[in-house]
Ligand binder design. Structure first.
Ligand code: SF4
Length: 493
């Protein structure tokens, strides 16, 4: 029998036929799961589990996808005679095979399909996801009464244990999934042909590589591009990138002079073509002269759990759990470091607010890279913890963004390739400082590590090591700012 298209593969096919083909024929190209992806998977599992508590008394079809025949058999038995709710039921019809988050049996013999998402809104792709399930259920003889999308309510504020009945919202998508039904049938036929073909389908790289989902085959499809390609041009629309590709232009330097680029993009191109940096000393000097010493270099690490972890927090609220502060008394002076890292058992924000209050004096600029992030977190914490309202927003007002000289093109190196994040700027300006080799080397890893501690997944030795790794990483971010600042002084001189 021909291979069936699973719900995951159906969604892949909608995004890009090549993704579907590669998934079926070239599993060897699949990369290892990144920290950011793992965080999403963990969040999804936790949300699924909680959604079942909002529909208690059901039965979970536990067989995983390697034992689908058993999952199908068990589901069929539960449909015939079973509880009101079936979780993760497996169904097959025609060319497709799906697992449904929750199925609810109604008194009149009909069923409600409840698709659970860890998002805080209904997106277009969720409708296709539910539509293919509905198609399979109806193809298998079930009468569907309603289709629901169940997702997190962004306005829910945790007080005490999480209440699943209040955490979720439901939206009726019965009519919209019915409208998609004819398309599902056509799509499935098309995807079966794609999978059966020995040849990989043509699909140029484009917006679909990260929309609506990040494609796992980017490393394969995107390799071989010129070192600085049209896809690196900052803030260039996909329409323009596609136009350039069709013109046969792949290198940033080769974009014709009469092609519409904005002023900033044109400057990057000039740097790219000539290989000469842009350093506007008077502008850098003006930026530096606005600083007031002592400087407090500040960096937060945050956690963004879909299911609120602490009282008073909402789904996907950014919760700072760690801060590093390097204090520098005067230009070029040796900085001193202060730090705070939550204990992972309690809400880290009160301790972090206290660390800010003790560590930052009444005078001096606060410096952060992409400072809008730190400013927003300070203002949110002031809202949530009223005792800090009289002074914490004042810290946010004193923040200076160290990214400005790079974003506003006072200082541009060809190696930046039009980007200005600290991870790009630091290795070029301060090559002796690198994030490579650190056990925790980016914000996503830091989140995952702290989340693992919060969820009690680590033994005491692992907790000790993770805390040390987090301190090294966050401390490196603020020390990096000190070094970048020194380079700006050199450039201004
Ligand atoms: S990287 Fe892009 S082109 Fe390649 S398979 Fe994925 S979506 Fe398709």
């Amino acid at each position: 029998m021909a291979k069936r298209i699973s719900k995951t593969q159906y969604m892949m096919g909608l995004q890009c036929p090549k993704r579907l083909w590669l998934y079926n024929h070239r599993q060897d190209l699949l990369p290892t799961v990144t920290a950011a992806r793992q965080r999403l998977l963990d969040e999804g599992l936790a949300v699924d589990e909680l959604s079942r508590r909002a529909h208690p008394g059901g039965e979970l079809v536990e067989y995983d996808n390697r034992m689908l025949h058993l999952a199908l058999k068990r589901t069929a038995a539960l449909v015939k005679e079973g509880p009101r709710f079936i979780y993760e039921g497996a169904f097959a019809a025609g060319a497709a095979l799906v697992r449904c988050d929750i199925l609810e049996r109604n008194f009149d013999g009909t069923w409600d399909l409840i698709e659970v998402k860890s998002s805080t809104a209904v997106h277009e792709e969720h409708l296709s996801d539910a539509a293919v399930q509905r198609y399979v259920l109806e193809g298998g003889g079930l009468k569907i009464n309603k289709c629901w999308l169940m997702f997190l309510d962004a306005s829910y504020i945790r007080q005490g244990p999480v209440d699943p009945l209040k955490l979720f919202r439901r939206e009726d998508i019965t009519a919209r999934t019915a409208e998609l039904s004819p398309e599902v049938e056509q799509d499935l036929r098309k995807f079966m042909r794609t999978v059966a073909s020995p040849d990989v389908p043509e699909a140029p790289i484009g917006r679909q590589c990260s929309d609506p989902y990040d494609c796992e085959f980017r490393g394969h499809c995107w390799k071989g591009l010129p070192d600085s390609s049209i896809f690196d041009i900052p803030r260039l629309s996909w329409e323009k990138k596609n136009t350039l590709r069709l013109m046969g232009v792949m290198k940033f330097a080769d974009v014709p002079d009469n092609f519409e680029l904005n002023e900033a993009q044109r400057l990057y191109q000039r740097v790219e073509r000539t290989g000469r940096p842009v350093v506007i000393a008077p502008a850098i000097k003006a930026f530096l002269s606005a600083l007031e010493y002592p400087l407090y270099y500040v960096d937060f690490e945050t956690l963004m759990p879909g299911i609120p972890l602490y009282n008073g927090s909402r789904p996907y609220q950014q919760l700072p759990f760690q801060v590093s502060i390097h204090v520098q008394a005067s230009p070029g002076a040796e900085p001193e470091q202060l730090e705070y890292l939550g204990d992972s058992y309690e809400d880290p924000r009160p301790g972090l607010i206290e660390a800010l209050r003790r560590g930052i004096g009444p005078k001096g600029s606060l410096v952060a890279y992409n400072a809008g992030f730190e400013a927003a977190r300070m203002r949110e914490m002031a809202e949530d913890f009223p005792a800090s309202r009289t002074w914490l927003p004042g810290f946010a007002d004193r923040l200076v963004d160290l990214m400005i000289p790079f974003r506003q093109q006072f200082y541009v190196l060809p190696q930046f390739k039009g980007r200005c994040s600290i991870k790009v700027v630091l290795p070029e300006l301060v090559p002796e400082m690198t994030y490579e080799g650190l056990a925790i080397g980016n914000g996503a890893d830091a989140q995952l590590a702290y989340a693992a501690m919060v969820r009690g997944k680590l033994n005491p030795d692992e907790v000790k090591k993770t805390r040390q790794d987090l301190k090294v990483y966050c401390g490196q971010d603020t020390l990096a700012m000190v070094k970048i600042m020194a380079k700006l002084y050199e450039a201004a001189a």
